[in-house]
Design a protein around this ligand. Structure first.
Ligand SMILES: Nc1nc2c(ncn2[C@@H]2O[C@H](COP(=O)(O)OP(=O)(O)OP(=O)(O)O)[C@@H](O)[C@H]2O)c(=O)[nH]1
Ligand SMILES: C=C(OP(=O)(O)O)C(=O)O
Length: 207
């Protein structure tokens, strides 16, 4: 199937992840780690339920993340020696050895499989990306079949992916574009309908 893809989902160690979201859990490290993990679990669960997604792997050096992902049937590939998000994604993509790879950010707790599927179809076999709701970041990057992922994540990644020749996809996919970096993002994701892991890990102010 032309649109079938294997996805790499990068997850930082939970004690370093989602620093901009720290205030959401009142500075409690245990609640913060639980929330960061829940975001990743919901993202991966939605990806696994997407018909055009053949396989999902995570790249992480956190044993707690690896154990929880294993419970979902998702392999955790250890972080490469070279640090950095793009290095982690290239390492995961190489390990997959698939015809077509993609990178999906691990902070999409409202992700709906139908919206991810629609984006895969809109890419129509091209190297393409989905900008976040602000239009500056990237939530999904897809290689062309047989092509390189060439990830350029980081500040202003949407512009970097566009300059590198990837096609920007702007579909009606709010759950795919709502990455959760801040409390404000979390509030918006809540209105879109959170996955069960994040719903169970929500801070008290949301209830
Ligand atoms: N494996 C791996 N994942 C990373 C790395 N850097 C970022 N990520 C993941 O990439 C995704 C997008 O990163 P950000 O949205 O900036 O998330 P973050 O770095 O946890 O958040 P902040 O600390 O607030 O910047 C998240 O799922 C991170 O866990 C890295 O060096 N290795
Ligand atoms: C790392 C990225 O995401 P964020 O803007 O969510 O940090 C990115 O878009 O490259």
């Amino acid at each position: 199937m032309r649109d079938e893809v294997d996805l790499v989902v990068p997850v930082k160690t939970l004690d370093r992840a989602k620093t901009r979201l720290t205030s959401a859990t009142g500075g409690d490290p245990v609640s913060h780690a639980a929330l960061a993990l829940a975001l990743a679990m919901d993202t991966v669960s939605a990806a696994l339920a997407t018909p055009g997604v053949r396989r999902v792997v995570t790249v992480t050096s956190d044993p707690a993340v690896a154990a929880e992902m294993a419970a979902l049937g998702v392999e955790a590939i250890p972080e490469p020696a070279e640090p950095g998000l793009n290095e982690a994604l290239m390492h995961g993509a190489r390990a997959l050895r698939s015809n077509r790879v993609g990178a999906l950010q691990a902070d999409l707790p409202a992700l709906k499989p139908g919206e991810l599927q629609a984006a895969l179809e809109a890419a129509a076999g091209r190297r393409a990306f989905v900008p976040d709701r602000q239009g500056t970041g990237t939530t999904l990057l897809l290689a062309a079949p047989g092509g390189e992922l060439d990830p350029r994540f980081g500040v202003g990644s949407a512009g970097h992916h566009r300059i590198s020749g990837a096609i920007a996809l702007f579909g009606p996919w709010p759950s795919l574009r709502c990455d959760v970096d801040t409390e404000e993002d979390l509030r918006l994701a809540l209105t879109l309908g959170l996955g069960v892991h994040t719903a169970n890990a929500l801070p008290a102010w949301t209830t």
